[in-house]
Structures are given as structure tokens and as C-alpha cells.
Design a protein around this ligand. Structure first.
Ligand code: FAD
Length: 386
């Protein structure tokens, strides 16, 4: 190809990774177009709990490991964006909770207190006096201690709205057939062609489709499934991990407001990992038992429940566990990218920008007559309640 490509960068996938990258590219002067095949956030992003982890969850085996190191700077980096002082302006995104909590069962209190009191995590955790515990944790006999982490929780639908506004004009609905050429990538979308200097696929599970075309083995990508639990008409707001004897949270609860104002608890942690092999009915029965054990003072008699199956789609690791950070695979002018965590989208964008050739400086409208994709509904808006 002798002429310049239509855009410097084409992005496939409008989850957090693609949208964050698009905002960074625009700021850096690249011409870019993002194509979304369904709706923004439709994959994992709207199914996420929105926690901007700083890695403390992964350090609960009482050492700061590589997982926690990768995440340590993320809360501060996101906060500067939420304040409008960061690399992108996220002032239009809403916080669901300023601090995520960590509640330790009475049996664990001394081990956890030792860790949270240690120099390793000083400044990142506060032990809360009981009069500052959330209402739903008051009067629970088994709650030994509650800590507030230096990690905020985002309202993901509003985050997507903020990012869609930053990318306005450069986000289009469509699915492309991809052809790699020597000096550009050809995308064919609904009978039209687009050329890009570089293609970055941030399509989550959709990245797997490109593996054979790029000569990459299927083992380059992995999925880790979950069956999350939803509780409608939840007893009150709570954003917290509950830790017991495992180094993984027994439950991780985030609270979301449905469009009709009803409060929903969205529950992950070991409950959701173990829920993968259960039917939805069995997950709900296990959850009822779990909450009777953990928070017996709460009344769920008017609540309705639902399961939500969703895969975490990632770059692969040898042992199938979570990668320590974002993963970028590059084959010539095509990159496959997985952030690993919503919180790590800024780091993934750093990796992509470092691997790109300089911006051409040419900005021209492409596919200007095409419509933008909508934002997908959150899982709690479409759940089949039982
Ligand atoms: P996705 O969000 O999956 O987006 C991919 C997009 O690509 C989708 O919109 C899809 O429709 C589109 N697409 C697919 N194929 C194509 C194609 N061919 N062309 C165009 N578009 C295409 N991380 C955290 O940091 N904090 C949390 O609290 C958290 N909670 C989580 C809870 C759950 C239940 C899950 C599953 C994950 C959670 N994560 C969390 C991880 C986080 O959600 C993911 O790491 C992140 O959302 C991945 O974003 P992504 O943009 O790479 O992929």
C-alpha cells in the first residue's frame, strides 16, 4: 500500500480496555476508530464488580506478591482521572463507594490485624471502629473486625458513559473481517473497507477468534469461569470482601441500584468460583446457607435471587491462574490485549502506546455516517429472578 492508512489504529471491542485505550490514543494525537460488535461493556466489563483493586486482596496470604505489586498504583491513578487531573478526564464517572471494605470473621481477627497493622500496607488500610461499620455488619456476632481499604468502587455504567463521551465520533457499531497485510491491516465491515496502520484487539473472549489467523496456539488465551450471585431487594448497601480461613474472599459483595431504584447485591468470591459447577438453583441454596452463617441477623425473606454465568477472558498462564498483570501479544501490526483486571486498563494502555509507531498526525473522520453502539444493560437489569 503506497497511500497512508485511513486510521493509525483500529480497536476491536468496546469494553474497558478498548475504551480506555481509545481515550489515551486520542489524547496522544493518534487517529483511531473503535468497532464494537454488540454493545459497550457487553462482555466482562459490565459484569465486573467495579472495584479498583490496589492488590490487598491478593496479599492476604500475608505477603505482597507480584499480583498485588501490579495493582498497587492503580487506585491513585484512577483517582486522578476521576478528579479530572489524570491522563484521561473521568469526572463524568460516578463512584459507587469511596472505599471498599474488608471484614474479618472473628476466628481470623488476630492474623488479619497483624497483616493490616504491618509496615507493608501502612497508609493503605484503616481499622474502622464499630460505630463506623456499615449497618448490615452491625449486630453480626461473627464479625471480628472491619477495615477500609484504599480502593474505590466505580459505578461501571457511568464509567462507560464517560468513556463513550471521550471517544465520541470514533466509536462505531460493527464487526470486522480482519486481513493482515505487510504495511497495514485491512478491515471489512458490512461491505465497507477500512485500513489501519495497527489493529489492537481488546475483544475479551472475542480475541480468541484471531489466534489461528495470527498463527498463535489456542493456549495463548484462557478463560476462568464464574457463576456470580445476584440478590434483589438486598438488606442495605455494602461493598466488602469477607475473609475466613482461605486466602481468597469467601464472598465479595458490591451493591448496585437498579433503574427502578431497587438495591441489588452482586456477590463474587469463592461462592462464585465454586458456583461454576453448580446449577443456578444449587448456587442459590448454597448462598442462602452462606448468608445465614455469615450474617444471620439479616432478613432475606423478601429478596429474590439469580445466578449470572460469566467468563474472565485473559492471556494464558502456565498453571491457568490469573496473570500477574495485563497481557499484550503482538504479531506484526496486530496486537491482542487483555487487561486481566478492569483496574489494570491504564497499564494495558501504557503497554500498547509503548509498542505503537508514532502518530501520523493526520486526523480525518472515518465511517462518519455509521451509528455508535449503545451501552449494554448491567446483569442486574436483565436477571431472571427466582
Ligand atoms: P470485555 O469487557 O469482555 O470487552 C470486550 C468487548 O469486545 C465486548 O464489548 C464485546 O462485545 C466486544 N467484542 C467481542 N468480539 C468482538 C469483535 N470481533 N469485534 C468487535 N467487538 C468485539 N476487574 C477489576 O479490576 N475489578 C473488579 O471488581 C472486577 N470484577 C469482575 C467480576 C466478574 C464477574 C468478572 C467476570 C470480571 C471482573 N473483573 C474485575 C475483571 C474485568 O471485568 C475484566 O478484566 C475487564 O472488564 C476486561 O475488559 P476487556 O475490555 O478486555 O473485555
Amino acid at each position: 500500500m503506497t497511500s497512508q492508512p485511513d486510521v493509525d489504529v483500529a480497536i476491536l471491542g468496546g469494553g474497558i480496555a478498548g475504551l480506555w485505550l481509545l481515550a489515551r490514543l486520542k489524547r496522544a494525537g493518534y487517529s483511531a476508530l473503535l468497532l464494537e460488535s454488540q454493545a459497550l461493556g457487553a462482555g466482562q466489563t459490565l459484569a465486573s464488580q467495579g472495584i479498583i483493586h490496589g492488590g490487598l486482596k491478593y496479599a492476604i496470604d500475608l505477603r505482597l506478591n507480584a499480583d498485588s505489586a501490579a495493582l498497587a498504583d492503580m487506585p491513585a491513578r484512577w483517582r486522578t482521572c476521576l478528579d479530572g487531573r489524570g491522563e484521561i478526564d473521568l469526572r463524568a464517572a460516578k463512584l459507587a463507594a469511596a472505599r471498599h471494605l474488608f471484614w474479618a470473621r472473628r476466628t481470623l481477627t488476630s492474623r488479619i490485624a497483624g497483616f493490616f497493622g504491618s509496615k507493608l500496607v501502612r497508609g493503605r488500610v484503616d481499622a474502622l471502629p464499630q460505630n463506623q461499620w456499615p449497618g448490615v455488619l452491625q449486630d453480626a456476632d461473627h464479625v471480628g473486625a472491619v477495615y477500609a481499604l484504599d480502593e474505590c468502587v466505580l459505578d461501571v455504567p457511568s464509567l462507560l458513559g464517560a468513556l463513550a463521551a471521550l471517544g465520541e465520533g470514533c466509536i462505531k457499531a460493527g464487526q470486522a473481517a480482519v486481513e493482515q497485510q505487510d504495511d497495514h491491516v485491512l478491515l471489512q465491515v458490512a461491505g465497507r473497507s477500512l485500513t489501519a496502520g495497527t489493529l489492537v484487539s481488546t475483544a475479551g473472549a472475542g480475541n480468541e477468534v484471531l489466534l489461528p489467523q495470527l498463527g498463535l496456539a489456542p493456549q495463548v488465551a484462557q478463560r476462568r469461569p464464574l457463576q456470580m450471585l445476584l440478590i434483589e431487594s438486598a438488606p442495605g448497601p455494602l461493598w466488602a470482601h469477607c475473609f475466613d480461613t482461605s486466602d481468597k474472599p469467601r464472598v465479595t459483595i458490591t451493591t448496585h441500584k437498579k433503574n427502578d431504584g431497587t438495591l441489588v447485591w452482586y456477590v463474587g468470591g469463592l461462592l462464585a468460583e465454586n458456583g461454576v459447577t453448580q446449577s443456578e438453583a444449587a448456587l442459590i441454596a448454597t448462598a442462602r446457607q452462606e448468608f445465614t452463617t455469615l450474617l444471620p441477623q439479616l432478613d432475606f425473606s423478601r429478596s429474590r435471587f439469580a445466578g449470572c454465568r460469566v467468563d474472565r477472558a485473559e492471556g494464558a498462564t502456565e498453571d491457568g491462574r490469573k496473570p500477574e498483570g495485563p497481557v499484550l501479544k503482538r504479531v506484526g501490526n496486530i496486537m491482542l490485549a487483555w487487561p486481566t483486571k478492569l483496574a489494570l486498563a491504564p497499564q494495558l494502555a501504557d503497554l500498547v502506546l509503548a509498542a505503537l509507531p508514532p502518530a501520523s498526525g493526520r486526523v480525518q473522520p472515518v465511517f462518519a455516517d455509521w451509528s455508535a453502539p449503545p451501552i449494554a444493560p448491567a446483569p442486574w437489569e436483565v436477571a431472571a429472578w427466582k
